[in-house]
Design a protein around this ligand. Sequence first.
Ligand code: NDP
Ligand code: 8X3
Length: 251
Amino acid sequence: MAKTVFITGATSGFGRATAKRFDAEGWQTIITGRRGERLESLKAELTNPCHSAVLDVTKKDEVNALVESLPAAFTPIDVLVNNAGLALGLEGADEVSMDDWETMIDTNIKGLLYCTRAILPQMVANGYGHVVNIGSIAGYWPYPGGNVYGATKAFVRQFTLNLRADLVGKNIHATDIEPGLAETEFSQVRFKGDADKAAQVYDDVDPLQPTDIADAVFWAASRPRNVNINRIEMMAGAQAFSPFNVVRGLK
Ligand code: NDP
Ligand code: 8X3
């Protein structure tokens, strides 16, 4: 029987590439996101059965209603990829918009929780499932302006490990994929449509591509059941760590 993957944020970037990767491997896909036209154009590119549904992960009732109304042929879900997420702004914590902080928390944390909680019971009832969360290097490595974005991804990291602690006896696997610099619409969203600022992030550097992340997601999800990949941290070949920031003249 074909396996089924449920992907949030499949309209762009990692989510879109992940849908294409699982489809290429013969999986059924459930693709979700807020932009319906993009879902339909992705669906047209896929070759295996695909169920597309407009979904805003911040709306708990919509998440529950969608999961409860999935066509029987698309249940139980084998793999949930919690990918939908965003960063907004790079301002310091004393200047940032509280609305932006709340949107990141609502999407990256609460949206991920709503999807996970809605889908886990069918995985447990089925005797197997795998939750793959998209974290970030920002969840471990601090950087200026990363404030709440990085904190949401630290939540994702620890929640993934705690899921595993809770559900190991129920044969539920969990993985946190933690990418660094990757070229998607992420920076356009972070800089609120400022194309020049977004382009500078990827200027003269060879970043990770969505297919690199899709490879990692698929690899983690396709290990034999005696293997659980807890975390995968991945950076562009051109990205590494900075020295500590020592500010002089403060005393
Ligand atoms: P994109 O902006 O290209 O894609 C983000 C996806 O998230 C879109 O499909 C968008 O769909 C979806 N999304 C955002 N808000 C919501 C919402 N409320 N409900 C449902 N879907 C939503 O960025 P990436 O592909 O780069 O980002 C994917 C994930 O990877 C995010 O969690 C991001 O934090 C993380 N990440 C990104 C890195 C990077 O450098 N690019 C590195 C590390 C992690 P739509 O707007 O149609 O709803
Ligand atoms: C996205 C990577 O370094 O911009 O999570 O935070 S970074």
